[in-house]
Design a protein around this ligand. Structure first.
Ligand code: HAM
Length: 426
């Protein structure tokens, strides 16, 4: 019997792993440009951090956590999301006593015991970004812009930004009561009736048609926002418009975690089917206090890197990984003493920004050319006794089979220019 990764654990191996790395890099770079500093935080935390931070009534906490006792008797949980841990770290290291807002980002695996399916895993990967310590709606728009620009830099276009406000501790209770009144009159199953009492907003998120139909005319939070929340929401909407970031008002958008208030948003991809959420976030102005800290309003988002890989593949097609990281030039040594020349040339190409590889070991010409083909490279560069004598290299275009000799001294320049001319350079 051979071992397999546990059920629902998402792993990345070549060639897809290049797309994964590209997705993470796009978000890291977008965040770096907006001056978010990288942080690395605990992969597991005291269970009560998530119970108090993410909220007992959320599915994530009540049904999906990987919780266990350690040998030392502590009860810990693998992070189901990053926000609670990041806020915990901000408080622990007193970052909130310095310049505000604290702007940080991170990425890595998160764990939820969900039913695995396409785009939904038990170990999945998030990029997470948080701006902690200001109520300014400008930072709400900034976080959205960082995410939006990262999706666009990956070439994605088939996604929609859904925007809502969930109100605050003043107006949400009034809305909650009105919604409960409405929901209690409907014909719903026992579980859903119980949910009305614990977390009525989640009932609006129920995907079953028989529930959808009944909740279609439910009261909307936007009609209940207090003056401050409405002004905040209007400012965020106006800011997004000035940044040319298209969005849809989504008055029924309810997020799955309990800490949200005011601004909430999700990015939805059109080609991904049931698991179409490629990112989501919002304000969590009460979270710091929930976990024992001072009042510290915050906002952030997390994107599902796994789903972004799926989105890239659905928009760019099957060759997506090869185009990102595939080898461009493959060196072949004809005979033992050409290895030094090939490695020297390949190294020079790499230093010039070209992705280059070479045949290793004692393969014959046939085996080496097979490896060149398999590498996906556009050009093979061959060096043997004759080329060495003439101070040339033979360059074979692997697309059309043409071969020509080029002076060894200008081979790097020739390849760089030709790849650039073909639009294949970095
Ligand atoms: P979330 O909506 O639970 O928010 O997760 C964010 C993203 O992670 C989702 O949009 C989705 O792309 C991805 N994701 C979630 N669960 C899975 C899964 N089982 N398999 C694959 N991908 C998944 C949060 O986690 C919040 N902490 C975001 C946030 C940060 N809010 C404020 N700051």
């Amino acid at each position: 019997m051979s071992f397999q990764a546990p059920k629902g654990v998402q792993e990345y191996v070549p060639p897809r792993s290049s797309l994964f790395a590209q997705a993470r890099e796009a978000f890291t770079e977008s965040a770096r440009r907006a001056c978010y500093a990288p942080v690395e935080t605990a992969v597991f935390e005291d269970t009560s951090l998530f119970v108090r931070g993410v909220g007992e009534s959320s599915d994530v906490v009540s049904k999906e956590m990987y919780t266990f006792d350690t040998r030392g008797g502590e009860n810990v949980t693998l992070r189901p999301e990053f926000t609670a841990g990041v806020v915990r770290a901000v408080l622990q290291y007193n970052l909130h006593k310095g310049h505000l807002p604290v702007k940080v980002c991170t990425s890595g695996p998160a764990f939820r015991y969900e039913r695995p399916q396409a785009g939904r895993y038990r170990q999945f990967y998030q990029f997470d970004l948080e701006a902690i310590g200001t109520e300014d709606p400008t930072v709400d728009a900034e976080t959205i812009a960082v995410a939006y620009d990262a999706y666009r830099s990956l070439g994605l276009t088939q996604f929609t930004l859904l925007l809502n406000s969930l109100g605050d501790q003043n107006c949400r209770p009034v809305y909650r009561a009105a919604l409960q009144d409405f929901l209690r009159k409907l014909d719903l199953d026992e579980d859903t009736r119980a949910r009305i009492e614990i977390n009525p907003l989640r009932v609006l998120d129920d995907k079953r048609p028989e529930v959808r139909e009944q909740t279609a005319s439910a009261p909307c939070i936007v009609d209940y926002l207090c003056g401050d929340c409405k002004a905040h929401h209007d400012t965020v909407r106006a800011l997004l418009s000035s940044l040319d970031i298209p969005f849809e008002d989504a008055p029924r958008l309810v997020r799955g975690l309990d800490y949200y208030m005011r601004t909430t948003y999700e990015f939805d991809h059109a080609l991904l089917g049931a698991q179409s959420g490629i990112g989501g976030g919002g304000r969590y102005d009460g979270l710091s206090e929930d976990i024992g800290g001072p009042p510290l309003p915050g906002i952030g988002f997390a994107v599902g890197l796994d789903r972004i890989v799926l989105a890239i593949e659905s928009e760019r097609g099957a060759d997506a990984a090869q185009a990102v990281a595939g080898c461009q030039v493959f060196g072949v040594a004809l005979g033992e003493d050409a290895h030094t020349d090939v490695l020297t040339l390949v190294t020079a190409l790499r230093r010039a920004g070209v992705r280059a590889d070479m045949a290793f070991g004692r393969r014959g010409l046939k085996g080496a050319m097979k490896a060149a083909d398999r590498s996906g490279a556009r050009f093979a560069v061959l060096i043997g006794a004759e080329e060495k004598r003439n101070a040339t290299v033979a360059i074979k275009d692997l697309k059309d089979g043409d071969q020509q000799d080029v002076a060894a001294s200008s081979a790097v320049e020739w390849l760089v220019n030709t790849l650039a001319g073909n639009g294949e350079a970095e």
